[in-house]
Design a binder for this molecule. Structure first.
Ligand SMILES: O=C(O)CCC(=O)C(=O)O
Length: 265
């Protein structure tokens, strides 16, 4: 038992069972108030003036994104890239023992964080943010096995109004024929079998400091930010040591960094 009266091993076992069943789990208050303050300060500094590299809403061309850089909102960032290289605070979060212990349990072995993608601060701006359609993150990755886990840390509150993630519980184990996906590997929403899948979706409400762990086969989507405040989330993706990036692909561009094994209780 720890000082909160909870048995950490039991908590982790419950979380692991949920992760296996649903393809995601939310760990509440994983970042401390101090960590959140420091990370939010660093992100605010990096947004104004913008410290690249960044991906812009126009780059993805998703519904609602400005269509060119000279249009109003054309310079709206969608994510600040290379979060791991942006300072010790980001590295300390990515490699911290609370994440490591959970990820080892979910992925079944020692784990490493990728520096290649989803190594970013997602920014969802009022006015010019776009809508992300239903997809699995494996569309971005090339690994031996489609078994990666992303950790999405809410730096502020996230709900349906400001464009929180929606997920389809259990969709990480569904067999989905290629024909159910469009050219860009998004679910084709007009197909009845996809409509039935999407009807099972739920929004993931997060408080600042909560972390969503989700499987790279989990279907997820997100709406636009309809509030007046930017939404910020720090996202890293992990793989087990024996699940290697395929040489020559974008997933092998930078080395992964091993998460140290530290017992945290
Ligand atoms: O916040 C969003 O719009 C969704 C982001 C997302 O699903 C992704 O980048 O894979």
């Amino acid at each position: 038992m720890n000082e909160t009266g909870r048995d950490p091993a039991r908590t982790r076992a419950i979380e692991a069972a949920r992760f296996e069943r649903d393809g995601f789990v939310v760990a509440r208050s994983l970042a401390s108030a101090d960590e959140l303050l420091r990370l939010n300060d660093l992100v605010s500094d990096a947004l104004d003036p913008l410290v690249g590299p960044a991906e812009f809403e126009v780059d993805v061309g998703y519904p609602g994104a400005p269509s060119n850089r000279d249009d109003p909102g054309g310079s709206t960032p969608r994510r600040l890239l290379n979060a791991f290289a942006r300072g010790r605070e980001f590295q300390a979060w990515a490699l911290n023992a609370h994440l490591g212990a959970r990820l080892r349990q979910f992925l079944g072995s020692d784990v490493a964080v990728s520096q290649c993608h989803h190594n970013c601060i997602m920014t969802k701006h009022p006015g010019f943010s776009s809508l992300t359609m239903w997809h699995q993150d494996n569309r971005y990755w090339s690994f031996d096995r489609e078994e990666l886990t992303s950790v999405w840390l809410a730096l502020g509150r996230e709900d349906a109004r400001n464009g929180a993630l929606h997920v389809i519980p259990g969709s990480h184990v569904e067999a989905i024929d290629r024909g159910r996906l469009d050219r860009d590997l998004f679910l084709r929403p007009e197909l009845p079998e996809n409509k039935a899948l999407i009807d099972r979706a739920t929004v993931v409400d997060l408080e600042p400091g909560d972390a969503l762990f989700f499987h790279s086969r989990l279907f997820h989507a997100a709406g636009r930010n309809q509030t007046d405040d930017v939404k910020l989330s720090l996202v890293f993706t992990y793989h087990s040591d024996d699940n290697r990036p395929i040489p020559g692909t974008r997933s092998s561009r930078y080395p992964s960094i091993g998460v140290p094994i530290v017992e945290f209780e």
